[in-house]
Ligand binder design. Structure first.
Ligand code: ASP
Length: 454
């Protein structure tokens, strides 16, 4: 029976490689990309972002496109950002000796002027405009690499709720049955009405994962401008070690607590298919980078990384015989829900309970939340403590090894850091501690030293 869905296990030794904006910012970078692609015949699917920044004060093409769109939609002068976009692509085409993307650029100008004239039939929606960056760049790069351009707009579809439609996998697979090289623009697809729709910003990472799953790739390489993830934030810890291998689960925990390299949603299409993601540096292709895998040998108990965030408040509630009162926790959470506040952690004692909330959620609602908690719970004491920072120490090996917590708390004690909150999830891959914000950096350094210091 023909299957609607492609096989999700690895079909081949093929590699999908996605290159980010800085890896494709100009002709010099694109030549590095070409060398990387040519260095390994398995690299047959190339997903591209729009040109990114060439230096820190430069502008990303996607930002310029959105500026153009906003100006045109308000009938304001958009000639300057439009010129910068045109010049950038022309320059790249000239430097690479390929044909300019003249016709698609002219089409964009036409649609922008229709937008500025309030023509309801203009194609230039915000997403259409934002997606031009990847579209133009994929045309240029396909030409330069002598590869087949794969129209994402015809393959990647969104369902009525705006989520990726699984038909996208089959659509992509059908388009790429040959043995040649394919270039796929990242970041966009089409909605049910046939309009261009983008993923969230940074979403070319997601396209890469979708393509990897569609073709059953052996690995999804995500090429960027850093050599993978680091074990701690380099703004806090000096020269933290790189992470060689991390599981999808560990990465989720680290990302949730502030570590960032990949777009969050990237992991799912790849992890559901068990495809490893390899983060690599276009500017240092021989660096090993970080490999994100389904399982790793973590029996040595090593932790994989430390991540943290500031900006939390503790709501502390105390009431005698709380443990005998049915529904106490539910009432607390209902009050928060009724004020539209989501919670991060709920460590509890016998007659006390704390709820940790992010300040951005709590600010402006604090008075109402506390008033309702007092009314509904009739507590003996209710107080808030801020500002709090949370630090996650993450590693699959924790579940197998005695003493990880002991080492962590001994390190904090020696550093003179007062621990305000402790939470270890049932998954046992993460210990979270809460400390006063002004002790945050000292605490992260102490934990890093305890586990990684030599
Ligand atoms: N170009 C898009 C952005 O800047 C998508 C991407 O690069 O992943 O957000």
């Amino acid at each position: 029976m023909p299957s609607q869905q492609p096989a999700y296990h690895s079909l081949s030794d093929a590699i999908v490689c996605k290159f980010g904006g800085t890896s494709l910012a100009d002709a010099t970078q694109i030549r590095k990309v070409a060398a990387i692609v040519k260095a390994d015949a398995r690299r047959r699917y190339v997903v591209v972002s729009a040109p990114g920044k060439r230096h820190s004060s430069d502008q990303k093409i996607t930002d310029l496109l959105l500026t153009c769109w906003h100006l045109a939609a308000q009938k304001l002068d958009y000639r300057e950002p439009l010129r910068l976009i045109r010049d950038r692509y022309d320059q790249i085409a000239r430097d690479l000796h390929v044909s300019p993307v003249a016709a698609p650029l002219a089409e964009m100008e036409r649609e922008l002027s229709r937008l500025a004239a309030y023509d309801p039939n203009t194609l230039a929606t915000r997403d259409w405009m934002a997606a031009r960056g990847e579209y133009f760049h994929a045309c240029l790069i396909a030409d330069f690499l002598d590869a087949t351009f794969v129209p994402s707009g015809e393959c990647i579809r969104f369902d009525a709720e705006g989520h990726l439609d699984v038909v996208s996998y089959a659509n992509l697979a059908e388009r790429m049955t040959g043995d040649g090289l394919y270039v796929i623009p990242g970041f966009y697809g089409r909605d049910q009405q046939g309009r261009i729709k983008t993923f969230p910003r940074g979403g070319s990472d997601i396209t890469g994962a979708v393509v990897a799953r569609a073709v059953g790739a052996a690995v999804y390489e995500n090429w960027t401008d850093v050599s993978g993830l680091l074990m701690a934030d380099p703004r806090v810890v000096k020269n933290p070690r790189p992470i060689g291998e991390v599981t999808y689960r560990e990465l989720r925990e680290l990302a949730y607590m502030g570590a960032s390299v990949l777009h969050e949603e990237t992991i799912f299409p790849a992890s559901e298919a068990g495809i490893p993601i390899q983060i690599k540096n276009t500017n240092a292709p021989n660096d090993p980078g970080t490999r994100i895998v389904a399982t790793r040998d973590a029996t040595d108990g090593d932790i994989v990384g430390i991540a943290g965030r500031t900006g939390f408040t503790t709501i502390y509630i105390e009431k005698a015989l709380m443990n005998q009162e049915r529904g106490f926790g539910r009432k607390v959470l209902e009050v928060l829900e009724s004020h539209g506040v989501s919670y991060e952690h709920v460590p509890s004692g016998i007659d006390s309970m704390s709820v940790i909330v992010a300040d951005e959620q709590f600010q402006g609602r604090e008075t109402g939340v506390l008033r309702d908690l007092k009314r509904v719970l009739e507590p003996d004491r209710i107080e808030t403590y801020a500002p709090l920072a949370l630090i996650a120490t993450v590693g699959e090996g924790m579940a197998y090894r005695v003493g990880v917590a002991g080492r962590l708390f001994a390190a904090l004690r020696e550093a003179g850091v007062n621990v305000r909150m402790i939470s270890q999830g049932a998954s046992e891959i993460n210990i979270i501690v809460g400390v006063a914000t002004d002790e945050y950096e000292c605490a992260v350094e102490a934990i890093y030293e305890a586990f990684m210091g030599e």
